[in-house]
Design a protein around this ligand. Sequence first.
Ligand SMILES: C[S@@+](CC[C@H](N)C(=O)[O-])C[C@H]1O[C@@H](n2cnc3c(N)ncnc32)[C@H](O)[C@@H]1O
Length: 242
Amino acid sequence: MANPDTIFSAPIDKIGDFTFDERVAEVFPDMIQRSIPGYSNIISAIGMLAERYAKPHSNVYDLGCSLGAATLSMRRHINQEGCQIIGVDNSSAMVERCRLLINAYRSDTPVTIIEADIRDVDIQDASVVVLNFTLQFLAPIDRRALLEKIYAGLRPGGILILSEKYIFEDESANELLIDLHHDFKRANGYSELEISQKRSAIEHVMLPDTIETHKQRFNDIGFKSAEVWFQCFNFGSMFAIK
Ligand SMILES: C[S@@+](CC[C@H](N)C(=O)[O-])C[C@H]1O[C@@H](n2cnc3c(N)ncnc32)[C@H](O)[C@@H]1O
């Protein structure tokens, strides 16, 4: 059973910015499952999309791989000669645990986990790139350059899968979706204190975009088509095809 997430359960005097440190890595599977509506559906579907889009002798990237949930899902589904998966994360606590989880089982599709900033890694000859709840943690000013680099490194017909938390321009719709997300967290056993302390910790480090901003940016960069394929409350996932 996953270690329970109790990080924000006791009152914290001075709430610092949220980081993906050792404490978070230790409880991450429980935290993400109880915090992101639809997370396991998205992970399963990433495997299905990778099965369709991964090409022989190409690279598949999982950027901001954390403990490798998307990598493992893709590895289970990909059956292409010479295809390899490269997971990247800049949290050493995540990378260390991710490598252990990946190495626990062997597979015909090789996986390399790199500890690095996703802004610094080369994206080359890619058929599939995954950003599963990672872009939102990048400074807004850095997002376009990363997506341009991904576009340049994708083969024609390749796919980018981008899952994010969204904000909505319509104020009342935005508030309703935020409330529903908090209901989801309550239903998953988080207290009012946990919800509000986590919100304070994350509000400066996670700045969501609107769906329209994502679509416009994909379009400006040159992606042929971009659509939302999953949404639950203010969380969702899009694909963009080169
Ligand atoms: C919400 S988690 C991603 C969850 C994961 N993709 C999954 O499907 O379970 C965000 C991850 O992105 C990583 N991250 C954030 N900014 C990064 C950056 N600039 N370079 C590399 N990794 C980054 C964090 O360390 C964290 O592990």
